[in-house]
Design a protein around this ligand. Sequence first.
Ligand code: KIV
Length: 278
Amino acid sequence: MNKKFTIKSFQEAKEKKQPISMLTSYDYSMAKILDESGVDSLLVGDSLGMVFQGNNSTISVTLNDMIYHAKAVNRGAKRALVVVDMPFMSYHVSVEEAVRNAGRLMKEGGAEAVKLEGGTEYAETIRQIVRAQIPVMGHIGMTPQSVHMFGGFTVQGKSLTQAQKILDDAKALEKAGVFAIVLECVPELLTKLISETVNIPIIGIGAGKYCDGQVLVVNDMLGMFSDFAPKFVKQFTHLSSHIEKAVKTYIDEMNSGSFPLQEHTFTIDEEVINKLTK
Ligand code: KIV
């Protein structure tokens, strides 16, 4: 196993200009594959509300959902840093509740860091979570929990007002103590300016190439989720068609009697069978 990736590794990677790879993960088996493939960080994203639970947004995801999935991912991750999303309404009501909920993700879910959406308005909340020794990753730009405020999953930061707000948010988050920022769905020249302005790594998703790393939803990049296809997603394979092919073969082999074969079957002494009372 290569050296464990930690929050310090995020900073070192930025300084050495080594791109940081991050993917979402929601279960043990996938986490193990991604970890063994060398991804630097696994995000237990609240996108699980869409790609795992089948909802049309992330709004309904609960803290208990996140703890459940975080535990599974944590068992599969050895090298990658496990970051867990704070779901909608788990940090919005009060700073105290936010610290307590971040603590639950760490104590019960095994999170090595938490991520929360929002900028300047959450700076104090972030400061207090970091004070409790819980590393925080920020998330600005198109923040999916605000889908109803934005009126859809739309690109942010095109107008001067929006772009200024996102730049100010990045600076406020750095000051509040986040170790990295996810920047989602913004124009690439804004990403470039932000990456050059702050000293912490910027992890992009739909934010172009001027980032210190990239994150994607694993179901999107493996071609397993077709309900919604954002422009920024590249399907690196089409896993759903491989799965369909395998499942059709399974059904065909069952129908033709070529599965299961002797090699898939357990035996018993015939004497035992004969002695059974019918
Ligand atoms: O929930 C998630 O998967 C995320 C990524 C889109 C960054 O926050």
